[in-house]
Design a protein around this ligand. Structure first.
Ligand code: TXA
Ligand code: MG
Length: 345
């Protein structure tokens, strides 16, 4: 049976939250909100607890987990060789939506690191996340709280719908702020490398670190198997429908999509369209706006994919977004949910 509590992040009921922190300290699993997406947590230093995470998600166990901490100093318990780049990132961006990869200390079990000698560490800024980690007294391993392969949960309802009965506790705390998972930055080599783009962009990082690379295997499907973050190679963010990105100049995209919708209709297939707010009226079919700005698109994307499932569409066409700034993270998630299928208009 899952213990479920709704907690207001701006007025935390500490007694209620402590019940969940206690579950964590006893080696059980608890889902809690973070500023990026909801996380499915367990004691990162307890192998049996960590195994429960993989079970609850149906996640392959070679896919390493991010260890969440509530104060910066905890990094030294988990990682060795905490270099200058790490100090700069921690100083500038923590607490917040960025995860750093460093060489791990022996205290971090291989079950947590997916067999690697490195560990991913993040200090979230969300008040509930920080407090539950603090109260549990241990670092918390937490992947996104979705069943493996599904879009990450950004709203309380997503977690209730999908995870009730699969974990010991659920803390519901409203919507995520960013809506995409944290940027994952490998700091084990000379030049920092982004393994997963996120809200903290390459440009943001370069402004404090100098040269930053992007894992070259992120760009193409064929290279995806070589991705340095093991999690990037699996099917991801998949709604029930088949997703396609439609690329080209605006008018060509509108025409192409409407043409395809007619054909789909004839074949008895229901079509959904995901687009910028201002383009909504250009399309026929079931249109859901992703928002007006790239920040809104990032924060709405996973929810819109889930909304499309509710509409029971068979095919989804999405507009494409510029691969710059946060657009890099948006297109990364969108390409994965589309299985890299692009239609040229
Ligand atoms: O925003 C987030 O990061 C959320 C919230 C809950 O904090 N968590 C999250 O975790 O997205 P997860 O497990 O869904 O994604 C972790 C990513 C995966 O792509 C994984 O392969 C990569 O980080 N990763 C973890 N440890 C790694 C390591 N030692 N080396 C390389 N990649 C690693
Ligand atoms: Mg995930």
């Amino acid at each position: 049976k899952t213990m479920i509590s709704s907690i207001d992040k701006d007025n935390i009921d500490l007694e209620e939250l402590k019940k969940h922190a206690k579950l964590l300290s006893e080696g059980k699993t608890v889902i809690f909100p973070t500023e990026t997406v909801y996380g499915l947590g367990a004691n990162a230093l307890d192998e049996d607890a960590v195994k429960k995470i993989y079970e609850a998600k149906g996640r392959p166990s070679d896919n390493p987990l991010i260890v969440h901490i509530h104060e910066k100093e905890q990094v030294h318990e988990l990682a060795k060789d905490v270099n200058d780049n790490a100090k700069i990132v921690m100083d500038r961006f923590w607490p917040g939506p960025i995860t750093i990869i460093l060489n791990k200390k022996d205290i971090v079990p291989k079950t947590t690191s997916g067999g690697l000698d490195t560990v991913a560490i993040r200090m979230p800024s969300h008040k509930i996340a920080k407090e539950i980690i603090k109260q549990s007294g241990v670092p918390i391993a937490a992947p996104s709280a979705n069943i493996s392969g599904r879009p990450s949960p950004t709203k309380a309802q997503h977690v209730k719908d999908e995870m009730e009965g699969r974990v010991s506790g659920i803390v519901l705390g409203g919507d995520s702020n960013f809506g995409l998972e944290s940027t994952v930055l490998d700091l084990t080599s000379e030049t920092p490398m982004i393994l997963r783009p996120g809200s903290i962009t390459k440009e943001d990082l370069e402004s404090v670190l100098g040269k930053v690379e992007l894992d070259p295997s992120l760009a193409k499907k064929e290279d995806n198997q070589k991705a340095k973050a093991p999690g990037m190679k699996y099917t991801h963010y998949s709604p029930d429908a088949d997703v396609f990105i439609v690329s080209g100049s605006k008018d060509d995209v509108f025409n192409k999509v409407n043409e395809l919708i007619l054909i789909n209709n004839e074949n008895g297939l229901k079509t959904g369209v995901m687009c910028l707010e201002k383009n909504k009226h250009k399309y026929n079919g079931e249109v859901i706006s992703l928002g007006s700005t790239l920040e809104e698109v990032a924060s709405n994307l996973f929810n819109v994919l889930r909304e499309m499932d509710k509409l029971k569409v068979d095919i989804i066409y999405s507009e494409e977004f510029e691969i710059a700034g946060i657009g890099q993270a948006i297109m990364n998630r969108l390409l994965k949910s589309a299985g890299y299928k692009i239609i040229k208009a």
